[in-house]
Design a protein around this ligand. Structure first.
Ligand code: NCD
Ligand code: ZN
Length: 365
């Protein structure tokens, strides 16, 4: 009999459901992998940069984007959070009103031009100490951070001693904490030892999400054969970084690190010279997380191993955002499973395991 791990349904606290006809497919893939709820990123076109009210040519509202998602199948989720994309038009009043209506739970910082659809972002230096962050701090609104220093290039952007992420965590994060000691922060999709160490030693209201790809792979896997389905931002890093992420998640009793897949489907992945950033892990994220935690040395069949996995995947995230662990369960079975390219009218979406030729050895029961 194959080993079965029965777990509470889990939460994906960073994912991209996009817009248009494909939203339905992406949400269906999330539901099929035992996901109880999601934080759906606001980097649509136009961005989700208003809380309520009618959409305009330059911004959608959380209210209307949530409706789109709910109508495309997300009504089955227990929780659906859409963070507000922080732009030059964000005001403290929007934060106050959004907080009192309950529609606003989180805001998203994008480094300008740092990743897919991030051109509306405003540099972090302009937010620190300002009224928007003060209002978020006062109303318990979570700051979700894409932590990479913007506008760096060449070896300042990426080399063995420093990357856009390590620079951001060294320069900006301590300043945010000093200026806003009560601001709840999620350091999203962290990839470096610098970021993992920062989060571990920060106060309890600073947490982090980690993706399956950053726990499984390093930059060598990306470069050997230019496996562009592994290309996402922040880019996969070095062995010492992956080790730090692995120890962060396998430390039994930790409550700061939780699942956020950053599943980011692209129907036109390859461009003329280069490719779009984002790995698609809809349908297979818990299987990949289970493999990654085993590679990190956890025995998922032991009580401590299973507990560490459950904390990371199912309980720490909802606890951080202030909602209960799911009362429903799903199960993973230790048996080989495969993924298939999702064929859509907008083009194919290749899930990470297919793109990497990876055979999974866990399956959704
Ligand atoms: C994301 C996307 O495609 O929307 N891409 C990615 O590589 N992670 C944007 C993001 O979260 O940075
Ligand atoms: Zn993302």
């Amino acid at each position: 009999m194959a080993t079965t791990l029965t777990l509470p349904k889990w939460y994906d606290l960073h994912t991209h459901f996009r817009q248009g006809a494909n939203v339905r497919h992406y949400i269906a893939d999330h539901l099929a992998m035992g996901c109880a709820g999601a934080l759906a990123m606001p980097n649509t076109q136009p961005p989700v940069a208003l809380v309520t009210g009618p959409d305009t040519a330059s911004a959608w509202s959380i209210e209307s984007y949530r409706d789109i998602l709910l109508q495309a199948g997300a009504d089955t989720f227990d929780q659906l959070i859409v963070p507000l994309y922080l732009t030059r038009d964000t005001t403290p009043r929007m934060i106050e009103q959004g907080a009192s209506s309950g529609l606003l739970r989180a805001c998203k910082y994008y480094p300008p031009h740092g990743t897919t659809n991030s051109e509306h972002g405003v540099p972090m230096d302009e937010w620190i100490g300002g009224d928007v962050f003060k209002a978020m701090e006062a109303h318990g609104i979570v700051l979700c951070i894409h932590g990479e220093q913007h506008a760096l290039s060449g070896s300042n952007y990426f080399d063995e001693n420093q990357t856009a992420e390590s620079t951001f965590y060294t320069r900006s994060l301590p300043r945010i904490l000093d200026a806003h000691p009560d601001l709840k922060i999620v350091c999203e999709h962290i990839t470096t030892k610098t970021a993992a160490d920062f989060v571990s030693s920060a106060p309890d209201h600073v947490g982090a999400t980690i993706t399956p790809q950053h726990l499984l792979y390093t930059v060598g896997h990306l470069i050997q054969g230019l496996k562009y389905h592994l290309y996402c931002l922040p880019v996969v890093k070095f062995e010492k970084d992956r080790d730090a992420l692995r120890s962060a998640v396998s430390n039994a009793g930790q409550s700061k690190f939780f699942a956020g897949t950053d599943s980011a489907p692209h129907t036109n992945k390859a461009t003329e010279c280069g490719c779009a950033a984002g790995c698609y892990t809809g349908g297979c994220a818990p299987q990949l997380y289970a493999m990654a935690l085993e590679e990190a040395g956890l025995d998922l069949e032991s009580e401590t191993g299973r507990k560490a996995f459950e904390s990371f995947l199912c309980t720490n995230g909802p606890a951080f955002y202030g909602f209960p662990t799911s009362a429903e369960s799903f199960a993973l079975m230790r048996e080989p499973s495969t993924t298939a390219v999702l064929k859509t009218e907008e083009g194919p979406v290749t899930p990470l395991p297919s793109g990497m030729g990876l055979e999974m050895h866990w399956a959704i029961a």
